[in-house]
Design a protein. Structure first.
Length: 261
C-alpha cells in the first residue's frame, strides 16, 4: 500500500518506495511498504521497538544485504532508478546514501584521519585537497572552531556529541545526497541532542535526511514528514504536524497519545 503525502507544492521526491516486502528467512519484517521522501527535507520514522523502522532505513542503502537470508521484494527508487536493480553498484549507492548509526563510531584514529578516511579509500591522496575537504566537512558539522587545533588528537577522546558530529563530518566528506540516521541521539544527553538536532535542520538545506527515532518529541521538532510503523506496516505517513495533531488512523492516534507502544 502506498501511503504518500502529495501536497500542492511541486517538490521532487528523492526516494520512492513501492510495495516493499522484506523477509528475514521466513519472518516478514516489512509488509507492502510504500512511501515517498522529499528532497531537502527530513523524514522521520516512528513506532514501537521491532516495528520495522530500522529495517526500512537500511533498505535505503541496501545495508540489509549484509544479513544472511534476507529477501527483498518491491522496489526502492533513488532519483527514479531502482536501487535493487542488478545493474546498481552497491558501493556507489552507499556513497550517495550514507548512514549515521545509533552510537558514535569514530575510528581509533586522529580527528583528521577520521574525516578523510573515505576519501583515501576512494584514492584521493593530494594532501592540500584532503585538508580542504576536511575543513569544509568539519565546518558543515559545526566542529571546525572546536577541533581545528586538535586535528591530530585521537577521535575517541572527544565528547560523545562531538564524536557523533565527527561521524557526520566523515560522511559529508564523501559528498552523499541522502543521510540516514538511526537513532542518532539515543546515546546523547539533552544538550548534545539539541546540538545534533540543530545541525540536522541546517544540513537539510543541502541533503535529504531520513531519521529513525523512538523520541516522538524529536520527530515533531525536526522532521517535515513522519511515518508511523507498526508490525512491519506503514500505518500512516504525512506532514509531521498533521500526523501529530490530526492523525487519520486510530492506531496512529493511540500511539501518539500513549495508549499503545
Amino acid at each position: 500500500m502506498m501511503v504518500a503525502y502529495q501536497g500542492a507544492n511541486a517538490v521532487s521526491n528523492k526516494i520512492e518506495i513501492n510495495s516493499l516486502d522484506l523477509f528475514y528467512g521466513k519472518f516478514q519484517a516489512l509488509k507492502t511498504v510504500g512511501m515517498s521522501m522529499r528532497e531537502n527535507m527530513i523524514t522521520a520514522l516512528i513506532g514501537p521497538s521491532g516495528c520495522g523502522k530500522s529495517t526500512l532505513l537500511r533498505c535505503l542503502n541496501r545495508m540489509n544485504d549484509l544479513i544472511p537470508g534476507v529477501q527483498v521484494k518491491g522496489n526502492v527508487r533513488l532519483d527514479g532508478a531502482d536501487i535493487y536493480d542488478s545493474s546498481i553498484e552497491v558501493a556507489e549507492l552507499r556513497k550517495r546514501v550514507g548512514m549515521v548509526f545509533q552510537r558514535p563510531n569514530p575510528f581509533p584514529l586522529t580527528v583528521f584521519a577520521n574525516v578523510v578516511y573515505g576519501l583515501k579509500v576512494a584514492g584521493i591522496r593530494n594532501s592540500s585537497r584532503l585538508k580542504e575537504i576536511a575543513e569544509q566537512s568539519l565546518r558543515a558539522a559545526w566542529l571546525w572552531d572546536l577541533l581545528k587545533d586538535k586535528l591530530d588528537h585521537p577521535a575517541l577522546d572527544l565528547p560523545l556529541d562531538q564524536q557523533q558530529r565527527l561521524c557526520i563530518a566523515r560522511l559529508l566528506a564523501v559528498q552523499p545526497e541522502v543521510i540516514l540516521m538511526d537513532e542518532p541521539c539515543s546515546a546523547l544527553d539533552p544538550i548534545a541532542t539539541m546540538k545534533v538536532e540543530e545541525l540536522m535542520m541546517e544540513l537539510k538545506k543541502k541533503y535529504t535526511i531520513v531519521i529513525v527515532t523512538h523520541n516522538m518529541q524529536q520527530a515533531a521538532r525536526v522532521s517535515d514528514f513522519t511515518g508511523y510503523m507498526l508490525l512491519g506496516e506503514m500505518i500512516e505517513f504525512g506532514v509531521t504536524n498533521d500526523v501529530f495533531t490530526k492523525p487519520t488512523k486510530k492506531l496512529t492516534e493511540d500511539y501518539i497519545t500513549g495508549k499503545y507502544g
